[in-house]
Design a protein around this ligand. Structure first.
Ligand SMILES: Nc1ncnc2c1ncn2[C@@H]1O[C@H](COP(=O)(O)OP(=O)(O)OP(=O)(O)O)[C@@H](O)[C@H]1O
Ligand SMILES: [Mg+2]
Length: 464
């Protein structure tokens, strides 16, 4: 963070200073007391399991200059009414003090983290970049990420997530983006929103927040995203896998034997071959979005193509493909699940298993609201159809995933096994009896199901 005195911090946050006004915070702002470093600021948050205020003294002992708190603590502090609001105000103050830092926001229903990680690996070729770790993108993670910026920062590549109307507008107020990328409008959290039109309304807040000299980078293949062009003052740049009219495109896409896409990147400046290290065809639109952003920021076509080819998966449990010594391949996509991302993963499974047998270990997709049962049935049906004969088994983990099995039974031509496992341990037992060299196992569910343990056990690893 840029150095700020406690007096400045108290003023910016509208807080009450209880400490030395001239003491300077120059280190990171954190909410996890174990991550406090010298010169930092510890923001005390009351969570479900622990109250940060109880760690105020330990944070200062570990090097924090002071604590941002909502009630008195026995160490130097700035008392505020609301910690997220204080972090937001502080983050906005910091970005306003860094006008040279270029701010990009990325939103969409699926692929934000993957695209953010790709885009950051491109902007790092242009200059020092701040991007959140993983999906650290809510009302805490977003300002804390922004607060890491300092005078050396050239680029902020931010992931903006929403669970309701107004959330993205709020995040855009904290760090006003000049570049806004919208990937897709899908069913993730659609239950909380009320439907896809509401999801589109919420995601479009990003392009509404862009200034007239900004750039809205929109997926021309998604009609709800393309329609956002009318909601922005910014210049619109499109990317697409299918739409031939888009500015940044891919041609000749194919997947290698591990499901890694290769394609020709087409831009107004020319074309270049790209071989991604990421798995799954769904990473092509993500790569095009990152390319379109980096191109606007001034990265050359060669730089974009090289950068995409060099980029690795920085965030865990998204389409991690590993082959065991016995020749069984495990796809760990256990980070989360919604209809679009399960379809994408089943497509990848069908590709990887084209010469062998595929098994899908699926837990339920959370937060789908009224359409939940129907969505699970549709995905079960899709699993049975997409794989033709390749899917040897679908294991539904947990009672809430059971409608997946009703879906597969709708496909009478499917000859695979439909199995119900009450938990991951039973799913592992089922697989142990069945897996042979050459088989491919996909493991995927919503975050709360925690199926990464199943993937780790299949690979003989402890959960990282
Ligand atoms: N463009 C895409 N279309 C469909 N599925 C995708 C796409 N990109 C990524 N996915 C899949 O969606 C899941 C989540 O990916 P990622 O973490 O990048 O998305 P996210 O939007 O950041 O999710 P969250 O809302 O949980 O932060 C993974 O299973 C990934 O393989
Ligand atoms: Mg994410």
């Amino acid at each position: 963070m840029i150095p700020l005195s406690l007096a400045q911090i108290a003023r910016v946050c509208g807080g009450e200073l209880r400490g030395e006004p001239d003491a300077v915070v120059s280190g990171e702002v954190v909410i996890d007391s174990r991550r406090v470093g010298a010169g930092g600021l510890f923001a005390a948050v009351a969570g479900d399991r622990a109250d940060g205020h109880d760690f105020a003294a330990a944070a200062v002992a570990a090097g924090a200059v002071a604590v941002l708190a909502t009630r008195p603590v026995p160490v130097p502090s700035v008392l505020v009414a609301d910690v997220p609001a204080a972090l937001a105000a502080l983050a906005r103050y910091v970005v306003d003090a860094l006008p040279a830092a270029r701010i990009a926001g990325i939103t969409g229903s699926a692929g934000k983290t993957s695209t953010k990680d790709l885009a950051a690996q491109l902007t790092e070729r242009l200059g020092p970049t701040i991007a959140p770790a993983g999906s650290f993108n809510n009302e805490f993670g977003h300002p804390l990420t922004v607060l890491r910026a300092d005078t050396s920062t050239g680029y902020l590549v931010l992931e903006l997530s929403a669970r309701g109307i107004g959330h993205i507008a709020y995040l855009c107020d904290i760090a006003p983006p000049r570049y806004g990328v919208v990937l897709n409008v899908g069913h993730a959290h659609a239950g909380e929103f009320g439907g896809l039109d509401q999801v589109a309304q919420a995601k479009g807040e990003l392009v509404e927040a862009l200034p007239a000299d900004g750039v809205a980078i929109l997926n021309a293949d998604d009609p709800r995203v393309a329609a956002m062009a009318s909601r922005t003052r910014a210049r619109v740049v499109t990317f697409a896998v299918a739409d031939p009219g888009a500015v940044v495109r891919a041609a000749g896409m194919r997947l290698d034997d591990l499901g890694r896409p290769r394609f020709t990147l087409l831009t107004p400046e020319g074309s270049a071959p790209v071989a991604l290290r990421l798995h799954g065809a769904h990473n092509v639109p993500n790569a095009l979005a990152a390319a379109a952003l980096a191109r606007e920021l001034g990265l050359s076509l060669d730089g974009v193509a090289d950068g995409l080819g060099a980029a690795v998966a920085r965030s865990r449990w998204r389409m991690e493909v590993r082959r065991r010594p016995d020749g069984v391949t495990v796809i760990n996509d256990a980070y989360n699940a919604n209809p679009e991302s399960v379809r994408a993963a089943l497509d990848a499974l069908a590709h990887l298993a084209q010469d062998g047998r595929g098994f899908a270990v699926l837990g339920h997709m959370a937060e789908l609201g009224d359409t939940s049962r129907a969505s699970h049935e549709e995905i079960g049906e899709y699993a049975a159809r997409v794989s033709d004969s390749g899917l040897a088994g679908l294991i539904a983990v947990g009672g809430e995933a059971a409608p997946l099995l009703d879906g597969v039974r709708r496909v009478p031509s499917w000859t695979g096994e439909a199995l119900a496992a009450p938990d991951g341990a039973v799913a592992l037992d089922m697989l142990a009896n069945r897996l042979k060299p050459g088989d491919v196992v996909l493991v995927k569910a919503s975050r709360a199901v925690g199926l990464e343990g199943v993937a780790a056990a299949l690979l003989g690893e402890a959960v990282r």
